[in-house]
Design a protein around this ligand. Structure first.
Ligand SMILES: [Zn+2]
Length: 442
């Protein structure tokens, strides 16, 4: 018997490996941060012994879901301004609120709430674009989640800088500080091609290349953006980034709603990672990204929630469900974006988008033990014929029971083990009272 630290048993283990193996009465042996073996429970219990065993009766274990685009701290602005066009929403509500409130303390507190929400929705890793990267990284680390944390870059002044050079200097300091961390992957987050000049975009890319980190950007989110780029530079947004040399496998491009066929080819060729944020795009009426066409062309498409102010929750389960249904409806083809395909996008493809393809995204020997255990004994999950169908079309965040990140049980039967949940909630209520006093429009 080989001693391991933890054995997770489950009625079903959905591995999301290359063969998409599903193991009935399965188990996962975990040593330290890593998965040592995935097999039937009978096999695992014969080979391994552990002091802690999660029994997993009536449960399914699957790889942690990956949120490839969000602004975690924006959970504190959830519901502050809704039902507005993107440009008005951003320029008249969100940017002024950010100018008024953002500080390391605000961001640090808000990110804890966002992480709590994401963990309870089965998300184990996310990509963040915001300001005060240190605060984002520290809170994420404390709670025990994995994240690609972007240090924000724009051309205009904000709480963290006066111009692009300030933000780039911040980004380099941030990268140097966090590089090599086992949970936090520092990165650079250019807001967009309309809020960053060609010069700024090129400098960001050079800095990302110098440190071998991911670059994140909002890309072709609205028709306005396409027209703006055409009038400023005479080319569409994706073509613009291609000409500046930004498109490659280390770019996470959020949205990509407005694409022409050439741009889809460019994204596929460059292996650029597209984060599909369908609920945010629907809510802001930005449009619907041509995901089926992108997948056909070979683009790596994953799911992002975007910030909670435009969604308004941080659940990849819900993104999968919405996306799978909307793409069927608009293509007139019920076979478009199947449940299995959606699950792949939320796990393996998401991990690849974050540059973590060899670390997580599937339950396999040698990968990090980033595992979600969900309860199948719920009225809306009975009977059970197909696990992919259940997870994508019927499961919701409340069904998530236990979550492991890097072998650590961070959420146990919905209780947070790493930090005091009541304190995170109390802080959020405190901040919201202050925000309400200033921004109340009713
Ligand atoms: Zn966004």
């Amino acid at each position: 018997m080989e001693p391991v630290d933890l054995i997770v048993k489950a009625d079903y283990v959905l591995t999301m490996n290359q063969e998409l193996a599903v193991i009935e009465s399965g188990a996962i042996a975990i040593k330290g941060k890593k998965i040592v073996a995935v097999d039937t429970a009978a096999q695992i219990m014969q080979q391994y012994s552990a002091s802690k065993i999660i029994k997993g009766e009536g449960k399914v274990a699957f790889p942690g879901l990956i949120n490839t685009h969000t602004h975690a701290a924006m959970v504190y602005f959830r519901g502050l301004a809704d039902d507005l066009p993107l440009k008005v929403w951003l320029e008249e509500y969100i940017w002024p609120a950010e100018a008024k409130w953002l500080s390391p303390e605000f961001v640090g507190d808000a990110v804890k709430l966002a992480c709590l929400e994401m963990l309870k929705a089965g998300i184990t890793a996310y990509a963040d674009m915001y300001f005060f990267g240190d605060a984002v990284a520290q809170s994420t680390r404390k709670i025990g989640m994995r994240a690609v944390v972007g240090s924000g870059v724009v051309d205009f002044p904000s709480a963290t800088g006066n111009n692009a050079d300030d933000y780039l200097a911040n980004a380099e300091r941030f990268i140097t500080k966090w590089k090599g961390d086992d949970l936090i992957m520092p990165s650079i987050a250019d807001h967009s091609a309309y809020a960053c000049s060609p010069e700024t975009l090129k400098k960001s890319k050079a800095l990302a290349d110098k440190h071998n980190v991911m670059l994140q950007i909002h890309l072709s989110e609205t028709e306005w953006e396409v027209n703006e780029m055409l009038s400023r530079y005479g080319r569409r947004p994706v073509t613009h980034l291609d000409a500046l040399g930004l498109l490659d496998e280390r770019l996470i491009a959020a949205h990509c709603v407005w694409l022409d066929p050439d741009e889809i080819t460019m994204l596929a060729k460059a292996k650029t990672n597209v984060s599909h944020c369908i609920e945010s795009n629907l809510k802001l009426a930005s449009g619907i990204a041509p995901v089926v066409k992108m997948l056909k062309a070979g683009v790596n498409v994953s799911f992002g929630t975007d910030g909670a102010a435009s969604n308004n929750d941080l659940s990849i389960l819900s993104e999968m469900s919405t996306a799978a249904k909307v793409h069927k409806a608009i293509s007139g083809d019920p076979t478009a974006l199947s449940a299995k395909q959606a699950m792949l996008m939320a796990t393996r493809h998401g991990a690849e988008a974050l540059g973590l393809g060899s670390l997580c995204g599937s339950l396999e020997q040698g990968k990090a033990a980033d595992i979600v255990i969900a309860d199948l004994r719920r009225p809306h999950l009975i009977p059970l014929y197909d696990l992919y169908s259940h997870i994508v079309y019927a499961m919701n965040a409340a069904d998530i029971d236990t979550v492991l990140v890097g072998g650590k049980v961070i959420l146990e039967q919905r209780n947070l083990t790493s930090l005091d949940e009541a304190e995170i909630v109390a802080k959020a209520v405190q901040w919201s009272r202050k925000i309400k006093e200033v921004h109340s429009h009713s």
